[in-house]
Design a protein around this ligand. Structure first.
Ligand code: GSH
Length: 309
């Protein structure tokens, strides 16, 4: 069981949908732990050291944070399945899309449903990110701005697809599921309400055909696991040796020293641990939790601030 892929996620989360689709693209078997849409998550927090964003991937006593790193980890852990990264341009393209479209997509959704959200959820997201004000009134006012923000990037996507290609790169890849997930969030949750604002997403054409092809990748095959079961798996396992990382200490850090890793945009809860391995892409901290035991928490360096404790 310690080799199995365990995804901690919830249905509404677009970043979780990105990883569910990665499981489909790679035709993987995985275990699904449904978590609350906001903290507290008492059985997950000891494993992540406090990192609060969704989703996270667990493999035994190793925790992978942030979808950009989770996708890279899936290619490394399941090398016999179709690759998510077509070439060296795939990852920066994914970064572009997430940065450009997530916040406006959530704003569009909140303009329709902000008044249906519980106050605790709205308050939680205000703390999560200053840009995520989910009130209906604010987002109704911001609708033209959010539509403009999405449309300019959607136009680039439509330009890429204009030559009739099936996927953004040669084969379905991480950039397809990344471009899909924020658009899915709008279409899936706003249904036809967003039709007049983003007609390209609804009317037959190259974009919609691509959207349907990406949806058809599916979610692979999953089995449900409880949070308790996932916690016990972590407790009984020891973290894997991260010997796939050729450590470089260009930043002057020392293996064994205490570092703090904090997302640089949203959900800025710092995680403190002992440096185990680091290269320009990934940093691994060791946590020693009194209940869960030894855990290695993996972060990408892009999008995270790393400082000494
Ligand atoms: N850069 C992160 C962003 C993740 C993110 O913002 N996830 C949202 C859900 S889609 C989140 O964490 N919301 C707050 C929460 O679930 O506690 C990633 O790629 O994983």
């Amino acid at each position: 069981m310690s080799e199995e892929l365990i995804l901690h996620h919830y249905d509404l989360s677009p970043f979780s949908e990105k990883i569910r689709l990665a499981m489909g693209l790679k035709k993987l078997n995985w275990h699904s732990v449904i978590i609350n849409s906001m903290p507290p998550r008492p059985l997950l927090e000891p494993l992540t050291g406090g990192y609060r964003r969704t989703p996270v991937l667990q493999v035994g006593a190793d925790i992978y944070c942030d979808t950009h790193l989770i996708l890279r980890a899936l290619d490394r852990l399941r090398p016999d399945s179709p690759a998510l990264f077509a070439n060296s341009t795939t990852q920066p393209l994914c970064w572009w899309w997430d940065k450009a479209t997530f916040v406006p997509a959530v704003g569009i959704w909140a303009s329709f449903y902000g008044d249906k959200l519980p106050d605790e959820f709205i308050d939680d997201r205000k703390q999560f990110a200053a840009a995520l004000d989910l009130s209906k009134e604010t987002n109704e006012i911001n609708m033209p701005l959010n539509i403009q923000r999405i449309n300019t990037h959607l136009a680039c996507l439509i330009d890429i697809l204009a030559d009739g290609r099936s996927f953004i790169q040669e084969e379905p890849s991480a950039i397809d599921i990344t471009a899909y997930h924020t658009l899915w969030f709008i279409k899936h949750n706003c249904k036809d309400k967003a039709q007049n604002f983003l007609p390209e997403l609804y009317k037959p054409g190259l974009l919609l055909s691509w959207f349907e092809r990406v949806a058809a990748l599916g979610h692979g095959t999953s089995e449900t696991l409880t949070a308790e079961q996932a916690f016990d798996i972590a407790k009984q396992a020891e973290p894997a040796e991260p010997n796939y990382i050729k450590t470089n200490l260009n930043n002057g850090w020392i293996i064994g020293e205490k570092l703090r890793v904090t997302p640089d945009d949203s959900g800025r809860v710092p995680v403190e641990g002992t440096l185990i391995a680091v290269d320009n892409h990934e940093i691994v901290l060791r946590l020693s939790d009194t209940k869960a035991g030894n855990i290695n928490v993996h972060f990408p360096q892009a999008g995270f601030d790393v400082t000494r404790v």
